[in-house]
Write a protein that binds this ligand. Structure first.
Ligand code: ARG
Length: 463
């Protein structure tokens, strides 16, 4: 077997070998090794292209393609441990030489690692988009199942983390479904952005060999081919698109996690965390900690960091390929690896939550229906502004007396506004408050049932 030290894709123009300190810095194999399945596929397609361009005979093309299959088998076997080649492209080139001999030296004709790495990274990102998307779908599925189970359970909805108005608990669960649906859309568009083929761009000016790029596109499953070789080798917008999609997903998970962490505290007690996604304390025997959710909450920070790293790398970079771009993979691999760990854990934690509908119901103090009480006056012909002021006075009185709004005597109501009648107390019912909100997208029972079918239909349309 040839050695990584002696096998370089460049070096002829140098009189002395590179310094060890440069090799150590320059080497990216530790990060990009995982690109090998894509790089092998790319090289097999490139061999076909070179045959079409008359560089390879049919026989040579066949030898190279078979050789690449054997390289793939070797890499898949896990026998190549911790290689010290400069990068994955150099490694595969070396292994191909070992497999088929000198004919391998022809494969790098008309291509550069610049268009190679851009193509590999695009394939990896497109694949990652699909994987993250399906993990998001899993979580959405869990949320829909939980929303259905909650049927008519009611809870407070919060603004400023202060009790605001009653809602169906399923309505709150589904709120998180729709934010994830936007992530699905972003992931799909990041995938499509990745599927533009740079191969054929060479180092910067385009390959001088007439390799049919549409054949490469079809072989490698790309949707389009790039229109400008300078742009194609330096473009990493698709990486930013994917990291942004992941960052938004992680941000949504952090908000879901935070809701659940708050609702799971003893002070709220709306949910109880299950056994398989909670951890204990090494000191306090009573603890049941929502670590999966806390790690999910923290993951948004890591993804944002990856996004910022990439954006800062791209800003002010001269056009074409620059070595700074080597670090795009570190950022995108980290973000994607992280989200692929977090999504199933959040899904599992949500799946085993136990909702306490009695505690949720008990939190619906009558003050949450203050808006309904104002609406009552509106139905009697009072302007909302006057109604708001009248109910505001009642709220203040109840606060001063330290009682519920519903516990105030009817005399207080008529003193606040002469229009209040004996039917006003019905408007302090949480259930009625909910059922008055049958507007599309509202928390009324029928609206939420429609929302649930819409969520199911969305998932069925593009599973
Ligand atoms: N390892 C490099 C990267 O990830 C491959 C491209 C190297 N190109 C070059 N001109 N040195 O970006």
């Amino acid at each position: 077997m040839s050695s990584p030290e002696s096998h370089k894709l460049w070096g002829g123009r140098f009189a002395s070998p590179t310094a060890a300190a440069l090799d150590a810095l320059n080497r990216s194999i530790g990060v990009d090794f995982r690109l090998w399945p894509f790089d092998v596929k790319l090289s097999k397609a490139w061999a076909l292209g070179l045959r079409e361009a008359g560089v390879f005979s049919a026989q040579e093309c066949e030898t190279i393609r078979k050789g690449l299959d054997s390289v793939a088998a070797l890499l898949a076997s896990g026998k190549i441990v911790d290689p010290s080649d400069e990068d994955v492209h150099t490694l595969i080139d070396r292994l191909l030489h070992d497999a088929v001999g000198d004919v391998a030296s022809k494969l790098h004709t008309g291509r550069s690692r610049n268009d190679q790495v851009a193509t590999d990274t695009r394939m990896w990102c497109a694949d990652a988009c699909a994987q993250v998307r399906s993990a998001v779908r899993e979580l959405q599925h869990t949320l829909v199942v939980r929303a259905e189970e909650l049927s008519d359970a009611a809870m407070p909805a919060y603004t400023h983390l202060q009790r605001a108005q009653p809602v169906l608990a399923s309505h709150w669960v589904l709120a998180h479904f729709w934010s994830l649906e936007r992530d699905i859309t972003r992931l799909e568009s990041a995938r499509s952005a990745a599927l533009v083929l740079p191969l054929g761009s060479g180092a910067i000016a385009g390959s001088a060999f007439s390799v049919p790029r549409d054949l490469l596109r079809a072989e490698l499953g790309f949707e389009r081919i790039s229109q400008n070789s300078i742009d194609a080798v330096g473009d990493r917008d698709f990486v930013a698109d994917l990291i942004f999609a992941v960052t938004m997903t992680a941000t949504h998970l952090s908000r879901l996690a935070e809701d659940l962490i708050i609702f799971g505290s003893s002070e709220f007690g709306f949910v109880r965390f299950g056994d398989t996604f909670s951890t204990g304390s090494s000191m306090m025997p009573q603890k049941r900690n929502p670590d999966a959710l806390e790690l999910a909450r923290g993951s948004a920070a890591r993804a944002s960091g990856d996004l910022f790293t990439l954006l800062a790398t791209l800003k002010g970079l001269p056009s074409g390929y620059n070595k700074d771009l080597q670090d795009d993979k570190r950022a995108v691999f980290d973000a994607v690896d992280m989200i692929l760990l977090v999504l199933p854990a959040v899904s599992g934690a949500v799946g085993e939550l136990r909702f306490d509908s009695l505690k949720m119901r008990a939190a619906l103090s009558s003050g949450l229906m203050a808006t309904d009480l104002a609406d009552y006056l509106v139905t009697k012909g009072i302007s909302f502004r006057d109604a708001h002021a009248a109910v505001g006075a009642l709220v203040r009185e109840s606060e001063e007396k330290g009682c519920e709004l519903s516990a105030l005597p009817s005399s207080s109501f008529t003193a606040a506004h002469a229009t209040f009648g004996s039917d006003a107390s019905e408007w302090l019912s949480a259930e009625k408050s909910i059922s008055r909100r049958e507007i599309a997208g509202g928390t009324g029972g029928k609206s939420v049932a429609e929302q649930l079918s819409a969520a199911r239909a969305t998932m069925a349309r593009s599973a």
